[in-house]
Design a protein around this ligand. Structure first.
Ligand code: HEC
Ligand code: HEC
Ligand code: HEC
Ligand code: HEC
Ligand code: HEC
Length: 250
C-alpha cells in the first residue's frame, strides 16, 4: 500500500516534471534528469539551469556535455558524456573556454589569451575559469561589487595585484552606466519622427553597443589598460550620438 502510493507520487512527479519541460526544451537529457532527481548526480544544477539564461533559451545539456539529446536510451544518450573530473570531458576545467566559445566567442577568445587560462590549462587549481565567476550552470553575471570580491579572494589588498579588484569594479561600473546610457538614447531615438534620421541613429546605437561588448570582452582580458581603452571608445561613440540626439541650445 505504502509502496503503491509512493510509486504514484513518483509517477506524478515524473509527469509534472516532463510536462513542465515539454514546453521549454527539446532535450531528453533534461526530461530524464528531472524525472530522476533522486538518483542523478548534481540534482541542484537542474534548478539552476532551468532558471538560467541557458535553460530559458533552450541551450540544452548536450551543448556543454555532449551526448545525444534525442534519445531516452541511457547508453546512447550518454555516449561521449564524461565526468567533469575526466580531462577529456568538455566540462573539465581546462576545456571550458573551448566549450563556451561557439556561443560566447568574444569573451572566450579574450579569456583564452589571459595568464589565468594559461594557468588553468597547466592544471593550476589556483586560477579562475568561466564557472568561477558565472557559476556552473546558472550563468549569472556578477555585479561590480561581486566581481571585486571575487578578484580580491585571490588578489587581496597588499598582494602583488592588490589594486586590481577595486579598479576592475570601477571599470564594470562604467560599463553598466554606458549600457544604461545606450538604452536611454535608444528610447529617445525611437521617438524621432524623421525616418531617415531615426534609422541612421539606430545604426550608431548598434555600433556603440558593439563597442560596449568589446569592453565586456576587455573585462575578460584582466588587462586594465585594454579595458579602459575600450570603455573610452564606447564613450566617444555615445557622446557623438548624444550630441546628435540632443540639439544644443535647447
Ligand atoms: C533515460 C534517462 C537519462 C537520459 C536520457 C540522460 N541521462 Fe544523464 N544520467 C541519468 C542517470 C540516471 C544518471 C546517473 C547514473 C549514471 O551515471 O548512469 C546520469 C548521469 C549523467 C551525468 C553524470 C556522468 C558522470 O560520470 O558523472 C551527466 C553529466 C549526464 N548524465 C548528462 C546527460 C546528458 C548531457 C544527456 C543528454 C545528451 C543525458 N544525461 C541523458 C539519466 C539520463
Ligand atoms: C553552460 C554549460 C552547461 C550546461 C548547459 C549544463 N551543464 Fe552540467 N555541468 C557543467 C559544468 C561546467 C559542470 C562541472 C561541474 C563543476 O565544475 O562543479 C557540470 C556538471 C554536471 C553534472 C555533475 C557530474 C559532473 O560531471 O561533474 C551533471 C550530472 C550535469 N552537469 C548534468 C547536466 C544536465 C542534466 C544538464 C541539462 C539540464 C546540464 N548539466 C547542463 C556545465 C553545463
Ligand atoms: C550553444 C550555445 C551556448 C553555449 C555552449 C554556452 N552558452 Fe552561455 N548563453 C547562450 C545563450 C543563447 C544565452 C542567452 C543570451 C541572451 O539572453 O542574450 C547565454 C547566456 C549566458 C550568460 C548570461 C549572459 C547575460 O547577459 O545574462 C553567461 C554568463 C553565459 N551564457 C556563460 C556561459 C558559459 C560560462 C558557458 C560555458 C560553460 C556557456 N555560456 C555556454 C548560449 C550558450
Ligand atoms: C573573473 C571573473 C570572470 C571570469 C573568469 C569570466 N567572466 Fe564572463 N563576465 C564577467 C563580468 C564581470 C562580466 C560583465 C558584467 C556586466 O556586463 O556587467 C561578464 C560577462 C559575461 C557574459 C555576458 C555578457 C556578454 O558578453 O554578452 C558572458 C556570456 C560571459 N561573461 C562569458 C564568459 C566565459 C565564456 C568565460 C570563460 C571563457 C568567462 N565569462 C569568464 C566576469 C568573468
Ligand atoms: C581563483 C583565483 C583567481 C581569481 C578569482 C582571479 N585571479 Fe587573477 N590570478 C590568479 C593567479 C593564481 C594568478 C597568477 C599568479 C599571480 O600573478 O598572482 C593571477 C594573475 C593575474 C594577473 C596577471 C596577468 C599577467 O598577464 O601578468 C592579473 C592582471 C589578474 N590576475 C587580475 C585579476 C582580476 C582583475 C580578477 C578579477 C576580475 C582576477 N584576477 C581574479 C588567480 C585568480
Amino acid at each position: 500500500m505504502r509502496a503503491t502510493s509512493s510509486f504514484i507520487i513518483a509517477l506524478c512527479v515524473t509527469l509534472l516534471a516532463s510536462a513542465a519541460f515539454a514546453q521549454t526544451t527539446t532535450s531528453r537529457c533534461a526530461e530524464c534528469h528531472f524525472a530522476n532527481m533522486s538518483s542523478v548526480p548534481a540534482p541542484q544544477h537542474l534548478g539552476d539551469w532551468q532558471q538560467s539564461p541557458h535553460g530559458k533559451r533552450d541551450v540544452g545539456c548536450d551543448k556543454c556535455h555532449g551526448g545525444d539529446p534525442m534519445t531516452f536510451q541511457p547508453a546512447e544518450a550518454h555516449r561521449g558524456v564524461l565526468s567533469s573530473d575526466n580531462p577529456a570531458s568538455p566540462v573539465y576545467r581546462a576545456n571550458l573556454v573551448r566549450t563556451c566559445a561557439p556561443c560566447h566567442e568574444r569573451n572566450a577568445l579574450a579569456f583564452g589569451q589571459s595568464l589565468h587560462q594559461i594557468l588553468v590549462r597547466a592544471d593550476d587549481q589556483r586560477a579562475p575559469t568561466c564557472t568561477t565567476c558565472h557559476g556552473v550552470m546558472i550563468a549569472r553575471v556578477p555585479s561590480p561589487v561581486a566581481l571585486e570580491a571575487r578578484c580580491a579572494a585571490c588578489h587581496p589588498s597588499g598582494s602583488a595585484r592588490g589594486e586590481y579588484p577595486s579598479l576592475m569594479r570601477d571599470g564594470v561600473e562604467r560599463l553598466n552606466a554606458q549600457r544604461a546610457r545606450a538604452d536611454e538614447l535608444q528610447e529617445a531615438i525611437e521617438r524621432i519622427q524623421d525616418r531617415t534620421r531615426r534609422v541612421e541613429l539606430l545604426a550608431s546605437i548598434y555600433d556603440a553597443r558593439t563597442a560596449i561588448k568589446e569592453a565586456i570582452a576587455g573585462v575578460h582580458t584582466f588587462d586594465l589598460r585594454t579595458l579602459t581603452e575600450r570603455l573610452d571608445t564606447a564613450k566617444r561613440r555615445l557622446d557623438l550620438i548624444t550630441a546628435a540626439v540632443v540639439p544644443t541650445g535647447r
